[in-house]
Ligand binder design. Structure first.
Ligand code: GLA
Length: 411
């Protein structure tokens, strides 16, 4: 489904639910991380790209003002209501409405009250698959609120506001990568983000002979939240032992030196972070130079490190990477690794464009044979970041949609 079609469906639902046309429409993409996993909360580098899968929010003032925000969504049959007359607080853990509610709370905390509105949320970002459906929802909400309040936030402030929503409302102590990427996405570019300085650098990825394939293992694990926080704490412990503010400042030599002072698990976690930061910088150089075999090798090394040292993979993700390794460069497979927090979700692969069909078939068949599960496989080009699609607010009444923001190969 193209973004235009998704926006069209969202409007249709809005008209169906509320009986009138929406006044504002905003969208934000999911992301896939090419490399740089579990490095963002260590002040390291990440190298993600926005994908051609979006979350769209359409909204309008209510017919009768009740000092409420109503979110209808395709995630859930029951709409959720935020009462603006009382202080906002998180909904029960696990509720999807915590993401937009946390963003509304962030705006209110800055004295930016959007006032009452009715909204409909619709998305093509697969939920809970490691493609940042939560960041897409937060950033789409923030983009909508910028339009309603007629106040554009600085992109870094916007990313931090959305990250805080996820920490305080959804209870996930995430890093900054996903929110940043959803805001800063640019067609035909990946983003090298220094998570210590928050300085972004767009790296062109325009070689038509190479495509990004996303393989959804279709498994979900409950482990992500608890294991993610455990990993964060282990990294903080390691930084303390090494006497550095964050693992970004740790070196392989310092780690070797401190080996005796660390338990084995902390040692392996640290080894992953230090080596992954280095791989990420090299991968960006490889992309700039179109040195695809080098990028592919770094992706495999990243996966092995996440599997063995950081222990955030699972047997289904390992199965995808093993199949990719068996296809090899000769079969058009450049490199493959798990992407996102891990424990389930998606793998990302770089493939030769002319081998997309053959590789997709082989991956699907071998994965089915190994696991008994159907994978969902799709291609995405690096996509545009968050945008306002319709704004009838005080500042403009324009329609700004990137016409080339389309899905190239649907799932
Ligand atoms: C999740 C978090 C990110 C990042 C990745 C792992 O997606 O939201 O901040 O830490 O996991 O790289």
């Amino acid at each position: 489904m193209t973004l235009k079609e998704l926006a069209g469906h969202t409007v249709q639902r809005f008209v169906h639910v509320y009986g009138r046309q929406p006044r504002w429409i905003a969208a934000a993409p999911g992301r896939v991380n090419i490399i740089g996993e579990h490095t963002d909360y260590n002040g390291g580098f990440v190298l993600p790209m926005a994908i051609e899968r979006y979350t769209v929010i359409a909204a309008d003032r209510p017919v009768r003002d009740k000092n409420q925000i109503q979110f209808d969504s395709t995630f859930c049959n029951k709409p959720a209501t935020l009462d603006l007359a009382r202080p906002l607080k998180p909904f029960p853990k696990g509720s999807w409405v915590n993401y937009p509610a946390g963003v509304v709370a962030g705006f209110l905390a800055r004295g930016l009250n959007p006032g009452s509105f009715d909204a409909v949320i619709h998305s093509t970002v697969p939920l809970g698959a490691g493609l940042s459906s939560s960041a897409a929802l937060e950033v789409a909400t923030a983009t909508l609120l910028e339009t309603i309040t007629d106040r554009k936030l600085d992109p870094v402030e916007k990313a931090l506001l959305c990250q805080k929503a996820e920490h305080d409302y959804a209870g996930m102590p995430c890093g900054i990568m996903d929110q940043f990427m959803s805001i800063m996405g640019r067609e035909n570019h990946v983003l090298l983000l220094d998570c210590r300085s928050l300085k972004p650098e767009l790296v062109p990825m325009t070689d038509p002979s190479v495509a990004v394939l996303i393989v959804n293992t279709n498994v979900k694990h409950e482990l992500t939240y608890s294991e993610y926080s455990t990993r964060r704490k282990q990294c903080e412990t390691a930084a303390k032992i090494l006497g550095v503010p964050s693992l970004r400042d740790a070196t392989p030599d310092a780690l070797k030196f401190a080996k005796g002072k660390m338990d084995k698990v902390i040692f392996r976690r640290t080894r992953h972070v230090i080596s992954e930061i280095e791989r990420t910088v090299h991968a960006a150089e490889g992309i700039r130079a179109s040195n695809w075999p080098a990028v592919g090798q770094l992706m495999y090394a990243s996966h092995h490190s996440l599997r063995d040292d950081y222990e955030v993979s699972c047997k289904e993700l390992d199965a995808v990477v093993e199949i990719a390794e068996s296809i090899g460069l000769k079969g058009g497979m450049i490199g493959c690794r798990m992407t996102g927090a891990g424990f389930a979700g998606c793998a990302v692969a770089l493939v030769k464009t002319d081998a997309i069909d053959a590789i997709s078939k082989k991956l699907a068949a071998d994965y089915r044979k190994k696991t008994g599960i159907e994978a969902i496989i799709f291609v995405s080009r690096p996509a545009a970041g968050a945008m306002v699609i319709k704004s009838n607010g005080p500042s403009s009444s324009s329609v700004r949609m990137s016409s080339s923001a389309r899905l190239s190969v649907p799932a």
